[in-house]
Design a protein around this ligand. Structure first.
Ligand code: R5P
Length: 232
């Protein structure tokens, strides 16, 4: 296992200690969340009784293979805890998510939970968000107009921006679980994440974006010198 995978696993297992019998859990997506799903599977097979809502089709498959009982937000609209990775987080627990394209379901699930614990290796913790391009999930209808509106929003906030349509590994257009496209927006460091959050959310063709503000309640970050916790 690479050093970075080892740190991801350490963060995932530290968060696992906060899972209690009977909990309704939101289950994140990505390589760090996959370590959490593996660890959770082991505990479930050892007798832990929980039920989970997966944040992507990928996570649903992994969790099912681990023997984790799954439900939906339609059946279980209120969750106790979501555990999920992030592409970047700052010390105020503002996040960039969506590197794997799961941001819409991730935001819905985390927002339906009492608490959200972010699991990450130390490279994800930054002073200011934005080195990682912000994933923006957009409707296919009117895509050209939506791109122009995103550029206009960036100009208003005095942020430069370069927009790239995300491609899948086979070179075709990436399509999210919800059937939408992803635009990766490089703004450089985001000076006012709250203002950016509102400006992007106000664009009709934007289905959701990867800035998570006021959602995470704690983060466990594994670094070579040990595991640290941040709290909102
Ligand atoms: O869409 C994907 C999610 O937001 C992931 O949680 C995020 O990209 C972090 O993934 P990883 O743990 O693989 O770095």
């Amino acid at each position: 296992m690479s050093d970075s995978d080892d740190l991801k696993k350490q963060a995932a297992l530290a968060a696992l200690d906060h899972v209690e019998p009977g909990m309704k859990l939101g289950i994140g997506t990505g390589s760090t969340a996959a370590f959490f799903v593996q660890g959770l599977g082991e505990r479930v097979r050892g007798g832990l009784d929980i039920i989970g809502v997966p944040t992507s089709e990928r996570t649903a498959k992994l969790a099912t293979a681990e023997g984790i009982r799954l439900t939906t937000l339609d059946e279980t609209p209120h969750l106790d805890l979501t555990i999920d990775g992030a592409d970047e987080l700052d010390p105020s627990l503002r996040l960039i998510k969506g590197g794997g394209g799961a941001l819409l379901r991730e935001k819905i699930v985390a927002s339906s939970s009492d608490r959200m614990i972010v699991i990450a290796d130390g490279s994800k913790l930054v002073d200011q968000l934005g080195a990682f391009p912000l994933p923006i999930e957009v409707n296919h209808f009117g895509l050209g107009a939506t791109l122009i509106a995103i550029e206009a929003a960036a100009r208003q906030l005095d942020q430069p921006v370069t927009l790239k349509r995300r491609l899948a590994s086979d070179g075709t257009a990436f399509v999210t679980d919800g059937g939408h496209a992803i635009i990766d927006a490089s703004f450089g460091l985001i000076r006012e994440p709250e203002a950016m959050n509102l400006a992007l959310a106000a664009i009709p063709g934007v289905v959701e974006h990867g800035l998570f503000i006021g959602i995470a309640t704690a983060a466990v970050i594994a670094r070579p010198d040990g595991v640290i916790w941040l709290h909102a």
